[in-house]
Write a protein that binds this ligand. Sequence first.
Ligand SMILES: [Cu+2]
Length: 288
Amino acid sequence: MSSQDRTGSRRTVAKVTAIAAAGTLLLTGCSEEVQRGWLPNVVKDTTNHTGAIQELWVNSWIASLIIGLLTWGLMLWCIIAYRRRKGDEGYPRQLSYNLPMEIFYTAVPIVIILAFYSFSNSVQHKIDAPVDSPLVIDVRAKQWAWDFNYKYEGEEKYFAGVQAHLDGTEGTKEKLPTLYLPVNVPVTFELNSRDVIHSFWIPAFLQKLDMIPGKTNHIYLTPQTEGTFDGKCAELCGEYHSEMLFNVKVVSEEEFKQYLATLPDGQIGEEYDRKPDVVNSTTQGEGE
Ligand SMILES: [Cu+2]
C-alpha cells in the first residue's frame, strides 16, 4: 500500500468516526433526560424556581462543554502538530516565557468565572428573595422525623411526625410523614432543627437548605405542579439518617384545606426542641 493510500484510508476512518460521534451526540441530545441535564425527575415548572435552576444548570454544562472542546482541541493540536518527527534531534526550542500568551490564559478564565458567577448570582438572588406568603410552614427536623406547623388563613395546625420504622426493616412510603402543599400558593418554609444539623431537601424542587439548631433558615417558593414527590434529610445526622424521609403532596387548594381540617389545632414549636445539654451528652456528634 502506498503512503498516499494509507493517508486516504486514515482520512476515511477519521471522517466516519467524526460522523458517528456527531450522530450519537445529536441522538442523545434529543432525549428529555439529557435536555434537563439529568436532573432528578423534574418538570420545568415543578415550582416557580425549577425552570431558572434547570436553565442555569443546562446552560452551564453547554458552556463548559464548549470550553472543554476548545481546550482539548488545542491540546490535541499541539500534541500532533509539534510531535517529534523522524530525524529530530535534541530538545525542541525552549521558551522561558511568553507575555501575551500568559496574559491571555489568565484573563480568559477570569472572564469565564465572572460570567458563571454573574448568572449563578442572579438566579440565586431571584430564588432567595423573601416573599410575603399566605402559607407559612414551620418545619422542625428531629432525629429522625419531621414536624410540620402550618399557618394558613389565620388557622394554626400541626402534624407531628413519628419515624415509621426504627427496627431495621424496610419502611413503606405510606407510613412516612407527609407534607401537604397547595398548588400555585406561595409558601414560606421556616426551617428549624430540634437537635442536630439536618437538611431539608425535596429533590424534584431542586432546592435544599440546612436546618441548624438555634437558627431559622427560609425557603420561599410556589409549587406549580400537582403530584407526589420525595423529601429527605440531606445532612448526615445520626444512626437513622437514611430513614429520615418524608412525602410531599402538592394538591389543589381545596384538597389542602380539607387536609388541614383533619389536623389538630395549634403548633408544636421550640418547646419540644431537645435541650442543648441533653444533645451534647447523648447523641450529638454520633455518626457525624
Ligand atoms: Cu437529618
